[in-house]
Design a protein around this ligand. Sequence first.
Ligand code: ZN
Length: 357
Amino acid sequence: MNYQAHKVASAMSKAGDNSLHEKYSRQVLFAGIGKAGQERLLASRPVIVGCGAIGAAAANLLVRAGVGHLRILDRDFVEPSNLQRQTLFDEADARDALPKAVAAERKLRSINSEIVVEGVVADLNPRNVEELLAGFDIILDGTDNFETRFLVNDFAVKTATPWIYAAAVASYGVTMTIRPGNTPCLACMLAADRSAQGLEDTCDTIGVLAPIVNVIASLEVTEAMKLLARREDSLHGKLVSCDVWGGRFQSLRIERNPECSVCGRHEFAYLEGEAQPHITLCGRDSVQIHERRRTLDLAMLRNRLAPAVQDVRHNEFLLRFRISPYEMTVFADGRAILKGTKDPAVARSLYARYVGA
Ligand SMILES: [Zn+2]
């Protein structure tokens, strides 16, 4: 071995020995984390529900921080209009219409190969919530709708799992850490602060700026790091809101509602499926159908549909075609998203005609 090769080999073995120390050194130096905190992070299991703008930014931060096992759930695929703020995705992901969970997993693995990253293409609902969320230390909100948030809140309160609410629209965002038994839950918070619910499903109508998404995801992940490093003493315990355009920050202490049906009376209406409509409006000009649970052979479906519809494209995760003026995307689990209408009846009838009743 010549001198140069010896130097490289010795540097590499040193890097191997010290790779953990090296990779997380700046975080370990921070007094709030330290070596013990980093070891706890490396043994932790967070799950992110929804990999849009907030979910993608949160996943990026958690993976770099060195959590042990990150699961990311998402039901959607990458579109060009996502790229302005959904920082894990690129033009190739949009061109290939990759499911966000798949694109995120690939990108995150290239950022940190020493931890487990698991992208799951699924729509969280009362039937699969247990299977998808059980066994995780903490749940992070990356969703874009209150129906899913209330389902997560029910599951979190029932199983005493901490979760972090986060939402952003236009230049405004809010976040709050929910520790069942210790803090108010989402239902308590919305009873106390009605304005927080005004965030529902509006980013497709009034837009959203990337900076607010990153601010909210950063606040969310900082709280997650405190919980996962077992530094509960450092949690701020408030509903934090921020408007990056107006330059305003606000922290509000919310009280638990002793009459709360969820954390007070343990009535889990969303978990029991009573409050779950079969068809969800995605908030853009689209309807999602997820009432039929089946496994579809996408290649076979493509062959069957090709003569009857336009622009049929498929990858291993989804099949997309146009029936002017609509565009339908069908997932292997039987779900479909119909773009071009908000009318569930139109979506149901097209689904029955092209995919099957
Ligand atoms: Zn409550």
